[in-house]
Design a protein around this ligand. Structure first.
Ligand code: F6P
Length: 521
């Protein structure tokens, strides 16, 4: 048995779990009129209501004891102060430094001067693009920005751009290209003018084949002006300045990022450039300030009053003691439509591992399958399974009190559904075949602003960190994505070449040959 599953608190949680065999949340509410007050908390303008969970005060005490037994406090300190907690790559994980101000040392050097210099470089560039002093060929104002990137070089920025679209007035339209499926980039380019379009190539490594393929398509579409001396049409965000230069990006148009920031944690770096171009640098820095407020909450709040810790521990409770394999993210706000996709990478690329930081095989479940969609649409899609299926699917319901629009009637309907669903999942209606007793967390955001969006995303970053700390796994590497990439690189010439393929397993050979037989022009 691992140190985790043989620990006193883990074993206590296992026996505590048995008490919940027949427990019902409605009984927990009946037994304590103050359950909502005791199982909810505010951080800034966010409210977390975790009262609709299969958890008692004793449950929370045991989970908090587990966190302490796993040295969570020490690990949080190590994270925030730049210890090399990304053990497999011998790196720090300092996405929090990107939104801070106090000195943070990496290899004996304070990283804050270069963080601040990059923010200044972003501000100068964004101001120039937005006031027209930085423009396309012939000085024409940029009306459109294309961000070319994938994974963390896409999902976080696209989420922020979509969520904060109402803050985009006065700025260029921002578009995102990520998949190597050329249909997407071709459809986008059809409607744009190369002379008024700015392209950002976002790639920490500047070697991701999808990004380089799409960036080449966009660069060629722009024509020779894109690489002409003094051109502003092509910029890059990368840790590899040399490769960006070889691609045709002038050194002055390269925005740096660093190896101590993981891709899925990089929204706060210059990877946020498309967001800043769209909403303005002041609003982008408000996003950073919101994340910083959540960092301070994570640093200072006692575990029992810490939103990230509570979300993380409840996730472990269902994952490791109830066998729940997935967790649903259900934002009741179309502005947050891309939140589930961003959290999928953030959580599953961090937590989807079966070896501990010490290289030992785990004997417990780790990362959950993160999925979701916006409500109320989800109610007309998969809520049947949530209400009457055979599976336990814990869910986070997220809603905004004051919308970014003025239609109070529609918003009241949206909120009524948000409230009704968590109540129905908990209370059920046995006579109508609704078992109920299905847990959920409710997160209310007073108003969706750059600041509160920053808080919300940082909340989940820290939730993921807490879970990985307890599981003893490294949240900040992603070795699992390499094998598929390598195989794709070796299969690519087979797909492109003429003739039958026999070099792979029978399935791959059969599939490739079917493709070839049905691609004749
Ligand atoms: O999915 C693997 C991954 O390395 C992610 O971690 C990263 O966000 C994405 O690919 C893109 O990487 P890059 O920014 O280097 O192009």
């Amino acid at each position: 048995m691992s140190t985790l599953t043989s620990s006193r608190t883990w074993l206590a949680l296992k026996s505590h779990r048995e008490q919940f065999a027949g427990a019902r949340m409605t009984d927990l509410f009946a037994a304590d009129a103050n359950r909502f007050d005791k199982f909810s908390l505010q951080a800034g303008s966010l409210l977390l209501d975790y009262s609709k969970n299969l958890a008692s005060a004793e449950t929370m005490q045991l989970l908090m004891a587990l966190a302490r037994e796993r040295q969570l406090g020490n690990e949080i300190q190590r994270l925030l102060t730049g210890d090399k907690i990304n053990t497999s790559e011998d790196r720090a994980a300092l996405h929090t430094a990107l939104r801070g101000s106090a000195p943070v040392m990496v290899d004996g050097n304070d990283v804050m001067p270069e963080v601040k210099a990059t923010l200044a470089q972003m501000r100068e560039f964004c101001n120039g693009v937005r006031d027209g002093s930085i423009g396309g060929p012939g000085g024409r104002r940029f009306t459109d920005v294309i961000n070319v990137g994938i994974g963390g070089s896409h999902l976080g920025p696209a989420l922020a751009t979509t969520a904060l679209a109402t803050y985009g007035k006065g700025g260029p339209r921002v578009h995102y290209v990520s998949n190597v499926d050329a249909g997407a980039v071709e459809r986008l380019l059809e409607g744009l003018d190369p002379a008024t379009t700015l392209a950002i190539v976002e790639s920490k490594t500047f070697s991701t084949i999808e990004t380089l393929t799409n960036a080449t398509i966009v660069r060629e579409w722009m024509g020779p002006s894109a690489r002409a001396p003094g051109s502003n049409q092509l910029v890059a965000v990368t840790a590899n300045v040399r490769l960006a230069g070889e691609f045709g990006v002038a050194p002055a148009h390269v925005f740096p990022c660093w190896d101590w920031v993981g891709g899925r944690y990089s929204l706060w770096s210059a990877m946020g450039l498309p967001v800043a171009l769209g909403i303005g640098m002041d609003n982008f820095e408000a996003l950073l300030h919101g994340a910083h407020e959540m960092d301070a909450h994570f640093r200072d709040a006692p575990f029992e009053r810490s939103m990230p810790v509570i979300l993380a521990l409840l996730g472990i409770w269902y994952n490791d003691f109830f066998g729940a394999a997935s967790h649903a993210i259900l934002p009741y706000d179309e502005s947050l439509a891309l939140l589930p996709a961003h959290l999928q990478q953030l959580d599953m690329e961090s937590s989807g591992k079966q070896l501990t930081r010490d290289g030992d095989a785990v004997d417990y479940d780790t990362g959950m399958i993160i999925w979701g969609a916006t409500g109320t649409n989800a109610q007309h899609s998969f809520f049947q399974l949530l209400h009457q299926g055979t599976r336990l699917v814990p869910a986070d319901f997220i809603a905004v009190c004051k919308p970014q629009h003025t239609n109070t009637k529609s918003h009241a309907i949206l909120l009524a559904n948000f409230l009704a669903q968590t109540a129905a999942l908990m209370n059920g209606a046995l006579k109508d075949g609704f078992p109920g007793n299905r847990p959920s967390n409710s997160i209310l955001v007073q108003q969706l602003t750059p600041h509160t969006l920053g808080m919300l995303i940082a909340l989940y970053e820290h939730k993921v960190f807490v879970q990985n700390t307890i599981w003893g796994i490294n949240a900040f590497d992603q070795p699992g994505v390499e094998l598929g990439k390598r195989l794709a690189t070796s299969i690519l010439p087979e797909v492109e070449a003429a003739g039958a393929v026999t070099a792979y397993d029978a399935s791959t050979n059969g599939l490739v040959n079917f493709i070839k037989a049905h691609q004749t022009r």
